[in-house]
Design a protein around this ligand. Structure first.
Ligand code: SF4
Length: 509
């Protein structure tokens, strides 16, 4: 499908049909979730703008200038060119437009930084995790506060790839190349606003050309992102009317069936392809969970603790929740993540968990702690030990070492309930806690707080917005309720598995 539309980097990732829908429904406003995402992006950008240098230090070369352009202004592109011509050291809010690979595009690097050779480095601010610490790596980087002034150094980080960030940098470099000002390098600032990670923008060009040149689809195909898309009101009914197979297998997951000429859920049911056809039939019959095994089971212990962690982006874990079968125990901080407040909270949680475990052992009782999908909990257990190991809280609680955490998470006393679910059950809509727990009879008091909503709620709860005290208190109450229910839901699912997951039909026959 061909439309003369100006593409932005975000149009080149995920659903390409969104561009078509934006053209068809130009007046459709963004969803609440999208607006919150824009707010978070703006908050990140403001923080970076505040960190950028405004003047050289006494020991820096004296020539320095900084210009801000309102990127929404109709003259923004012209002002960008003027700032480049004036050899401005730091330009924020720059706008470029261009045509390549047969497409019109628009690039908006958050910052342009002039290098020693008089060329420019585009810098983007992203809410992604740009890099993770990794021993032995030598990643070029520079402090945000020294952009335009200092020389890069290296740090022990491994970069993570995010296509949209690469396209933003690649497109900006392409624009600069048109003026002979491309330095060949760019920088990405992620959730740690104080560090800019340097990258070779040449790496992105081939993928960028492919993405720009790709033709636009002429119909929707369901993807994960449909759930939060403003155009679902149109795409959803069309997919349902077509009985499209992507309703069952989103994205490319249905590709192997399409290659066999199977495009609809009905055709997949009729194709008699074993598990896939059985899942399709379950989806059609609105059966969320099926059993793969004759008899579903789960181990029980004398003392059982269900755990769930809540974190804010990559910045830290603010809530460790634990349910002991009777009471919910939250260990929470609304103070600064990455500071002693977070360390104290983790130390308190760990001391409590160890006391419950040691007491069970002392009484000759078996003990296990549980979570649902261990990835997040394991990450924050290890990361908390790495960042705060040895810290002692005012109450005298000690943050464990990484070795202690490694021993715990590899022990039989740390159990991933999701692994047990996945081994024994299957579901046409996946086996997330929100899908499985209702089958075990559990419902959440807070129904709309997962994913991005909880990120926004945390920003209110931690006082990062201008919400009034009543709204802050309400946000805290809701996050605690949600975390407590996640812990309880895990407990209920375990109990349900242990009695054979009653009410769950078999996968086949
Ligand atoms: S609802 Fe889904 S298919 Fe439709 S435009 Fe949005 S993401 Fe694409």
């Amino acid at each position: 499908m061909e439309l003369d539309i100006e593409l932005q980097p975000s149009d080149l990732v995920g659903c390409r049909y969104r561009v078509v829908q934006r053209y068809r429904f130009a007046g459709q406003s963004p969803t609440e979730a999208a607006l919150r995402r824009i707010e978070r992006a703006e908050a990140g950008k403001s923080r970076v703008l505040a960190l950028l240098p405004t003047a050289p230090e006494p020991w820096d070369p004296p020539r320095f200038s900084r210009v801000h352009i309102d990127s929404d202004d109709e003259n923004a592109e012209l002002e960008t060119l003027e700032a480049l011509a004036a050899q401005t050291t730091i330009i924020t809010g720059a706008v470029f437009t261009g045509v390549s690979d047969g497409r019109r595009w628009r690039a908006t690097p958050d910052v342009l930084v002039r290098d020693g050779d008089g060329r420019y480095l585009p810098v983007i601010v992203s809410n992604h995790r740009i890099a993770r610490p990794e021993e032995g790596r030598k990643q070029p980087l520079i402090a945000t506060a020294r952009l335009g002034l200092g020389a890069p150094s290296t740090g022990a980080y491994r970069l993570r790839h995010h296509a949209v960030d690469g396209y933003r940098l690649g497109l900006s470099a392409r624009a600069l190349a048109g003026f002979g000002l491309d330095s060949g390098r760019g920088a990405a600032i992620g959730q740690d606003r104080e560090l800019a990670f340097l990258v070779d923008t040449g790496h992105y060009q081939a993928a960028l050309s492919t993405a720009l040149a790709a033709s636009l689809p002429d119909r929707p195909r369901r993807l994960k992102e449909c759930g939060e898309c403003r155009f679902w009101f149109d795409c959803g009914p069309r997919l349902t009317a077509a009985d499209d197979i992507s309703l069952l297998f989103p994205g490319d997951r249905a590709e192997r069936y399409r290659l066999r000429g199977i495009d609809t859920v009905g055709e997949l049911i009729d194709a008699d392809l074993g598990e896939a056809s059985a899942l399709a039939a379950a989806w059609r019959a609105r059966i969320p969970v099926l059993r793969r095994v004759e008899r579903v089971s789960a181990p029980r212990f004398d003392v059982e603790i269900d755990i769930d962690v809540e974190a804010y982006l990559d910045q830290g874990a603010y809530l460790w929740g634990a349910f002991d079968g009777r009471d919910y125990h939250p260990f929470v901080t609304w103070g600064g993540l990455g500071t002693a407040a977070e360390a104290d909270t983790f130390a308190g949680f760990w001391a409590w968990l160890c006391s419950v475990r040691d007491d069970a052992h002392a009484r000759g009782l078996s003990f296990a702690a549980f979570c649902y999908a261990r990835h997040g909990e394991n990450h924050w257990l290890s990361s908390s030990a790495r960042r705060f190991g040895g810290h002692v809280s005012p109450e005298g609680h000690r943050v464990p070492s990484e070795a202690e955490i490694a021993a715990f998470i590899s022990s039989d006393e740390w159990v991933d309930v999701f692994a047990a679910v996945r081994a024994q059950l299957i579901g046409p809509r996946g086996l997330g806690l929100k899908t499985v727990a209702p089958q075990a009879g559990f419902t959440w008091a807070e129904t709309e707080l997962d994913g991005e909503a909880s990120v926004d709620m945390y920003r209110i709860a931690a006082g990062h917005t201008d919400a009034d005290p009543a709204a802050v208190a309400e946000a805290r109450r809701r996050l605690l309720s949600y975390n407590g229910d996640d812990c309880r839901a895990t407990s209920v699912v375990r109990a349900w598995l242990a009695v054979g997951a009653p009410g769950t039909p078999p996968l086949m026959g």
